[in-house]
Design a protein around this ligand. Sequence first.
Ligand SMILES: *Cc1c(COP(=O)(O)O)cnc(C)c1O
Length: 389
Amino acid sequence: MTTTPANPFIPFALPDIGDDEIAEVVDTLKSGWITTGPKTRRFEEDFSAFLGDAGLHAMAVNSATAGLHLALEALGIGPGDEVITTTHTFTATAEVVRYLGADVVLVDIDPATLCIDVAAVEAAITPRTKAVMPVHYAGLAADMTALLALARRHGLKVVEDAAHALPTTCGGQLVGTLASDASVFSFYANKTMTTGEGGMVVTRDAEIAKRIQVMRLHGINRDAFDRFTAKVPSWYYEVTAPGFKYNLTDIASAMGIHQLKRARAFQQARADMAARYDAAFANLPVITPPQPLPGDTHAWHLYVLRLADDAKLTRDELIEGLYAAGIGCSVHYIPLHLQPYWRDRYQLQPQQFPHSQRAYEQMLSLPLYTRMGPAEVQRVIDAVRSLLD
Ligand SMILES: *Cc1c(COP(=O)(O)O)cnc(C)c1O
C-alpha cells in the first residue's frame, strides 16, 4: 500500500464522536444509572421530536435487528406467514422473519433506485403474504407511495428497514413518519449516526408500541427504571410473555442524544461529499448513485458507484487498486440470493434477481463519512480517476 505518514490509510468508515457525546457518556457513568433509564427516555423523546410528529412512539432498542424482530413480532408474524423483502440488503432484514418461523420471499430491485421493485413485490404476493419490508437503500427512499398503496390494496403490513435512512424524506415527509406500521433505524458504528450499537423503532400504533415496550425487556410489564422511580417504590412486576433482552443502555443513549442533534449537519456534509464525487466521476465509465426526487433528502449513508460495461477494470480490480492506494472500500451488498443459507433454503438462482445480481457485480461503496476532510475526498477522487480514466 502506498500509504505514508502524510497520506495515511483512509478507512471505509469512521464514527464521528464529539466532546458532547463523550461528556454525556461520562456523566452517565458517574450518575449511578447506566442501563435503560433517564437518558434513554430523553433520547426517545428527542427522536420523536426530531421526526416532528407528536403521534409517534419512538422506542430505543439495542440494535436495528432487535427492532425489526420486535416490530414483526408485535404485528403477529409467525409460522405459515410470508414476508416479502429485497434480496439487495443485509441479512438482518430477512433473518428476523426466520426468528419468528415465518418465510422470507426475496424479490429483485429497481435498477434505477436499487430499492425494492414494487412490481416484483406485487408479483410475489400469495395468500400467505402478511407483510413487506422495504429498505431505503444507501439512504434513498424506496417508492413508498406505490408500496403503501399496494400494501393497502392487499391488506399487508409494512415494516420499513430504515437503517440507512436518517434523515431521508419521501414526498417531503421524513422516513419514520410515513403511513407504514413501523420503521426501524440503526445506530450501528458505521451508520449516519451512532450509539456504538443501537436502534430505534417508530410506530404510530399504540398497541404495537405497547407490545414492543413489553417484549424488548423480558415480557415484563414495567421496566426497571419505572419500578425504582415510581412514587411508591415497588418490587412487584409481572411477566406477561417470554420476551427478549433488547433494551438500550443509558451509556449508548447518552451518545445518541448528541449524535441526533448533529444528524442534520451530518446529512449536509455527506450530501456535499456525494456531490463532489458525482461531479468528479461524471466523465468516467461509471454509473453514479441515483439521486433523490426534487425536494427530497437522501441520507447518503452509502456512496455506491457502479462500473459501466466499458470500464477497463472489474469491480474487484478497482477495489484492489484503491486498497493499494490506501483507500478502504466495501460492497453493499452481496445479495441474499447468493448467501448459502438463503440460497439453499429457498433454492434461489441469480437469474431470478437480474437487477440485483448485475448491480452487485458492478458496485463498490466508497468512503463517505463526516470525519473525512476535503483532502481525503480528493485522494479518493484522484485514485478512482487514475484507475479508471
Ligand atoms: C445495519 C443494517 C441493519 C442492522 O442494523 P443493526 O443496528 O446492526 O442491527 C439492518 N438492515 C440494514 C439494511 C442495515 O444496513
